[in-house]
Design a protein around this ligand. Sequence first.
Ligand SMILES: Nc1nc2c(ncn2[C@@H]2O[C@H](COP(=O)(O)OP(=O)(O)OP(=O)(O)O)[C@@H](O)[C@H]2O)c(=O)[nH]1
Length: 718
Amino acid sequence: MQPVDEGWQYRWGDSPFLADGTPLWLDEPDSDKHWHDIAFPSNPPGRKGQEHVWFRVTLPEGEWYAPALYIYSVDIILQVWFRGELLYQYGTFDEHGRGKFEGWPWHEIPLPDGYEGETMYFRVFSNYTDIGLWGEVAILDHPDLVLHIVSNSAESLVIAALSGLIALLALVFALIQRRQRSFASIALFAFLTGVMLLAESQASLLILYQPLLWDYLAAGSYYLIPVALALLLSQWLDARRPRLVRWLMWLHLVFAALALMLALLGLVNLSSTFPVFDGVLLISLALMVAVVVRNFSSLYREQQVFLFTCGVFIVLLILDMAVAHGFLPWGRVPVSWGALAFSLALISISVWHYGKTQQALHQLTVQLEHKVAERTARAEALAEREVERSRLLALESKKSQKLADTIAALQDCAGVEEAFQPLLQALPQLYLPIAGCFYRRNPGGGYDRASLWGRSAANTFPPSLTQDLSGLTETVLPVRSQDVPAQLCFLLRIEPAQFGNVPEGVLLLERPNLPDVVKDYGTARVVAWVYQSVEKIGITLSGLALRSELQRFSYEDSLTGLKNRRYFDELFRHEREVAIRSERPLSLLIFDIDHFKRFNDSHGHDAGDEVLRMVGRVLENCFRGSDTVCRYGGEEFTVLMPGASREEARQRAENLRVTIAESQVEYLGKQLGNLTISAGIACWPESSPEFDELFRAADRALYQAKAAGRNRVVTASV
Ligand SMILES: Nc1nc2c(ncn2[C@@H]2O[C@H](COP(=O)(O)OP(=O)(O)OP(=O)(O)O)[C@@H](O)[C@H]2O)c(=O)[nH]1
């Protein structure tokens, strides 16, 4: 490639044309004074609003197969004259030599043989800020030119493709992610960058030779880049209400739409919108930079990196702009490198994010697995606990049923003594599988082992306990599962107790050994149940004791301790049946104390009571166990003697009479003399074949004894 960078001359204005269309300036004698030297055929000094300029150059020596003159770009339309002929034209010149902007393509002008040393003329029209050729002008072979173009553009094409790919990926993310708007803005930014790089690359014309179309695309994407940037910024700084940024976004959007529309309608030249845009861009970039700098610290690290690369990209764009407007000498500004930096930043951020996401996912998976394992274990424990709980409940309900049966059996008993038999039998069934032992109070006041159950219970529980139950601590509610002692002690109390408030029995149990899963609450529950069961048994036995006591009271004479009249009446009926059935005799003795009124009167009622008690004691000794002695009322007594004949009865009565007559009555240390009794006897069937007459017969005999002078026994005869 041979740069054409020497011998350039320019001449403001447009050449007049001969009738055959040849410009006069091509072959004007004495023309050198109109032509001025210039280092490069671009923007000659002293334009003063002129829209036409001519350049000429003498083509240098060179050896080429198919030489062509390569011009990077032209502002804005061009005719190339060589050897008096129009060799090349870009754009359409009207009769005034003016024309419309038709894009900024690169130009290849094939050179005829022997061009070396000859002068080439360039007629340029421009109503744009710049006028003239632009970039570089050089001679090279056609294939080399193609290669040159391709290699010039390779970088941009690759980066454009990369940007396109990123745009696509960001678009996909925008569709599937939550932070859609950010991704959509990044997609737009990357897409615009890609399009701009492709459209601005020289190779685009090799793909499709539509310079104006590519320029529209370049302009559109270029104009919209600040829109994407502002959009992104406004989203990232959403919390800070970046009104200025939004306003700039709308400004650029409206500008892009207006510029492209007006250019397409032919109302303005597309080229003339560039300087305006660049001016606006400079201002809005400065404002956006200010906003970013102010809020930089509130952004995420990746946003900062992204904005930093955007900044690099924008600086390159500004440099490119400065070159385009001639503020800087021509040189290729690596705008694509800015885009590359942007793409790489995005890729790195994505990779970093991916890594972080993977890491977070991994952690999440580990956490989830951990949680699942934890929950499974908890569920299993709960299930196990539930099984054990229902087992415990089933056992409890079985035992409660057993307790109910036991209580019912106890209630059927006539008294406490009788009740202890079924109770001792029931205890092992009530409390197993808890090993235990029940002690019953002995007459000496200590406690003897009465029932023992469960493995190793014999070694655990001693055969007896001392009266004071030393070494034992009574278990009382409430208990906490954690505090349950190794040995439990429950006292069985019966009210009213025969011996005051002393327990009638002691239940010792080992601590219930429950499965771990129910231990925390189950142990206390079982202990409470046992406690309540002992209480219930105690209450039941107390009921029995009370019942016996009441029964005793209803049949007993409280003064003498002998059976009373009610008892006598019932017994008499019973013995009557037995006697009739067994045909055994039944004798009845009725007696009363002689002149008891007199005794009472002379010694007092209390002394009389003592006499009655004394008679009671004598009676207990004078009769057999099978004979029943009753106080029939007042000072009148009866003795029922089953199986006793009349004679036997008489003898016992006589024995009684003598014993009483001989007994000294002593009251309050004073001897009160002797008393006598009178008695009447009747015997079935000897003295009274009619049973119903038996009592009356005995009574009559008593009356006869009284009448006969008292202190005697009269036997009723038939
Ligand atoms: N101290 C005492 N006196 C009683 C009790 N029950 C009845 N008496 C008395 O017993 C006396 C019975 O008197 P009577 O029925 O006249 O008979 P008596 O004086 O024993 O005369 P005879 O039977 O004819 O010998 C009355 O004075 C009653 O008050 C009692 O529980 N205690």
